[in-house]
Design a protein around this ligand. Structure first.
Ligand SMILES: [Zn+2]
Length: 171
């Protein structure tokens, strides 16, 4: 009969799971927990609803924001209603150049992005637009990024209809 290896350190349990798919964790409370690896994958089908035009825009090399019909507040992202006055908004084409308002370098990320670390995220401001746009800043070393740096939008050649279809580079 095959025996399951037992560990009192969870790190060792994880190593064993990656090798054999099963281990026992002898926890500090005295319980022996059987831990198994179960691959898990789902297809997540969802609608972008009122934001759809933004994602279709990315596929055409356009960044679409929103402008309030009433107070003319300009948003650097899709927004169906104005957060200032509550009125409906219209779509508005954003400039494809902007500047770094703030930024960070990610050395850790969710599973999907972990293999791409480290990567830079920038909050981009556009001239005359009231709110900011968060995006990847590619092709620039961390030490070369600065607040106020001019950046331009680039679009994925083969769109995935994700917000990552757009990324910024130094202008
Ligand atoms: Zn408004």
């Amino acid at each position: 009969m095959k025996s399951v290896k037992k560990f009192d350190k969870f790190g060792r349990v994880m190593k064993e799971i990656k090798k054999s798919g099963v281990a026992i964790y002898a926890d500090p409370a005295g319980t022996e927990d059987l831990v198994v690896l179960s691959p898990y994958r789902i297809n997540y089908i969802h609608s972008y609803a009122e934001d759809s035009k933004f994602f279709l825009g990315l596929a055409q090399g356009k960044l679409l924001g929103s402008i309030c019909r009433n107070c003319k507040y300009k948003y650097g992202t899709p927004r169906s209603h104005c957060m200032e006055c509550g009125s409906k908004t219209d779509w508005m084409e954003l400039p494809l150049v902007g500047k770094v308002h703030s930024w960070t370098t990610c050395y850790f990320g969710s599973e999907e992005f972990l293999k791409e670390t480290p990567f830079n995220l920038a909050v981009v401001e556009f001239e005359g637009v009231n709110t900011l746009f968060l995006s990847r800043l590619a092709g620039v070393k961390e030490s070369d990024i600065f607040i106020g740096m001019k950046v331009k939008a680039n679009f994925r050649k083969h769109p995935k209809y994700l917000v990552s279809d757009v990324y910024f580079t130094a202008k």
